[in-house]
Write a protein that binds this ligand. Structure first.
Ligand code: ZN
Length: 234
């Protein structure tokens, strides 16, 4: 059985990573914080960039461990894992790197916005802690940023097209811990449903796509996903 999974912030809250966009999310509580991950604010201000690196430094993702749901998904043979999360927990849970599609990138990588050179968030944070205000690309002097998709940026088209293909070519499509309010990730549910996949939605709250689902599960994700994965591999 071919399975494609879409995960959102809700799968990582049990690993201690808050849902920044959710009903009680940081972005809603503090619009100033949202500026730190909004592309034009970031590119336009060295002070925003410095605060943005420090915000990443303080992320709970550095110390977070994959939970039972991440681990259960890693046991699904040949599944595609499409995630809106930047916390790297699917790979750390054992999902093969080439089967994880990170729609919003990864916070541990860094990239130069001018020449595209890869580096790491850790290195940029260490340069700030060593006294640099605005660490620039060592190759070309350009502005560095995390390898994440900030507000105001487009998704990586290569990653997105692979996600669309995975959604359209599966027998079972499972959406976990996502409110399905952010396009185009939410559209993947429609693509899977229209292609004839069995659609399962696991989320604490109702979503706008529940009517397309064959099954909607509101149980805690750390319980529901291992149970579902056991049934899918039985
Ligand atoms: Zn560069």
């Amino acid at each position: 059985m071919t399975v494609t999974v879409l995960t959102g912030a809700g799968i990582s809250t049990e690993s201690g990573i808050p849902d920044y966009r959710g009903p009680n999310g940081l972005w809603r509580a503090d619009p100033e914080q949202e500026r730190l991950v909004t592309y034009h604010h970031y590119m336009g201000s060295a002070e925003i960039r410095r605060r943005s690196w420090l915000f990443r430094r303080d992320s709970p993702a550095w110390d977070a461990e994959p939970n039972a749901a991440h681990r259960a998904l890693a046991t699904l043979p040949d599944a595609w894992i499409i995630t809106q999360n930047v916390d790297g927990l699917h790979r750390r849970a054992g999902s093969p790197q080439d089967r994880v599609l990170e729609l919003h990138g990864n916070m541990f990588g860094a990239v130069c916005t001018s020449c595209g050179a890869d580096s790491t968030t850790l290195e940029a944070v260490e340069r700030i802690m060593a006294g640099e205000d605005d660490p620039a690309c060592r190759a070309c002097g350009g502005i560095l940023k995390t390898a994440t998709v900030m507000f105001g940026q487009s998704l990586d088209q290569g990653v997105l097209s692979r996600a669309v293909e995975a959604a359209g070519n599966c027998e079972v499509f499972v959406a976990v811990g996502t409110s399905l309010q952010v396009r185009p990730a939410a559209t993947l549910v429609s693509i899977a449903a229209e292609a004839g996949a069995r659609v399962v939605i696991v989320n604490g709250e109702p979503t706008a796509y529940d009517h397309m689902a064959d099954e909607v599960i509101h149980d805690p994700i750390g319980v529901a996903v291992p149970r579902l994965c056991a049934a899918l591999t039985a």
